[in-house]
Write a protein that binds this ligand. Structure first.
Ligand code: DP6
Length: 327
């Protein structure tokens, strides 16, 4: 059987996935909205063959085992079931961003795996089917399949929960300057955070506000009203972290550097440089700004002592096949 290789971007959610309605299927409680990140890419090659006696998974040159391997095997099994065969596979993966930099890689990893594995099995899945398959590995991965800006409709079953493109990459020249304040692997992963979300007394209040919030942020997005758009995405990031910090037990993802970056962006806004922060399940900050301002944002943020390095991204193509294999 042929080898297949896919490249896929990570994505930053402006409206976020926090809490699972169905943990086995990775169904969210609410719709979410995101942008693909051009410089946070995963490349994955998959081959199914009778020469393999076991599934083997290699990420960044290291053989993967335990829970991480099980998550990959779950996707390989779904692909084997669809293709009606039982061959073992080898999957090799590389990230474009530094290994273990605490940058979310499950979205790029599982979307790349969904496309590479399904093609290697001879399946020709539609964008919708790929988004559903990627979601089974990691919820947020379903949003990396379409190009540019995606909306993941929560749905209420396996077949109704997937992401669609709402705008092409060149619709709006936005940038995401990822500000890395800690390179360690986070102590509480997002999967565990999702499990605790509903224990927060504020979870229900967050859900109740979300439909209006999504409507407003999409309106601002399509009008390219950056001030309104940025204010809502920032409010949304705070909402997620208030939920996490008030869960039982609480989860604190921030470090001192996270707060330094938040304060710095507030200061810049006073003199007209617009950048709004978003934060996922970790201490690193995503500074969302207009493309024309990204080098100034980058220059200023690098002056903070707590900043290790930055990665500047623009909206980009979704998951796609490439010819060059990793093995
Ligand atoms: C805070 O998609 O990483 O980044 O399905 O358990 O892999 P799993 O969770 P994951 O959760 C993402 C959480 C988030 C918000 C978001 O990207 O929407």
């Amino acid at each position: 059987m042929k080898k297949s290789t896919a490249i896929s971007p990570a994505n930053i959610a402006f409206i976020k996935f926090w809490g699972k309605k169905d943990p086995e299927l990775n169904l969210p409680f609410n719709d979410t909205f995101s942008m693909n990140l051009s410089c946070c890419l995963t490349t994955t090659t998959v081959e199914f063959s009778p020469k393999y006696k076991e599934d083997s998974i290699v990420v960044g040159g290291k053989e993967v085992s335990g829970g991480k391997k099980d998550r990959v095997i779950k996707i390989l099994n779904l692909v084997r079931e669809k293709a009606s065969f039982n061959l073992k596979a080898r999957a090799v993966s590389e990230n474009s961003f530094p290994e273990g930099a605490g940058i979310a890689s499950s979205a790029s990893a599982f979307s790349a795996l969904a496309l590479a594995a399904s093609c290697a099995a001879g399946l020709n899945l539609s964008e919708k089917e790929l988004s559903i398959l990627a979601r089974r590995g990691s919820g947020s991965a379903c949003r990396s399949i379409p190009s540019g800006f995606s909306e993941w409709k929560a749905g209420n079953s396996n077949d109704s929960s997937y992401a669609v493109q709402i705008a092409k990459p060149d619709f709006w020249s936005l940038a995401d300057v990822v500000v890395v304040t800690n390179k360690e692997e986070k102590k509480v992963g997002s999967t565990e955070g999702h499990e605790l979300a509903t224990t927060s007394p504020y979870f229900k209040a967050r859900l109740a506000r979300l439909p209006t919030k999504i409507r407003k942020i999409k309106k601002a997005f399509f009008k390219k009203d950056f001030l309104t758009f940025g204010s809502i995405l920032e409010e949304e990031a705070i909402d997620l972290h208030l939920t996490a910090m008030s869960s039982n037990p609480p989860v604190y993802y921030w470090n001192g550097g996270t707060i330094d970056v938040i304060h710095a962006t507030q200061e810049w806004r006073k003199d007209g440089l617009l950048g709004f922060f978003s934060i996922d399940a970790g201490p690193n900050v995503h500074l969302i700004c207009l493309g024309k301002d990204s080098s100034e944002v980058e220059k200023r943020i690098k002056q903070l002592k707590s900043v290790l390095f930055t990665i500047t991204n623009k909206p980009c193509e979704g998951t796609h096949l490439v010819e060059k294999h990793l093995f």
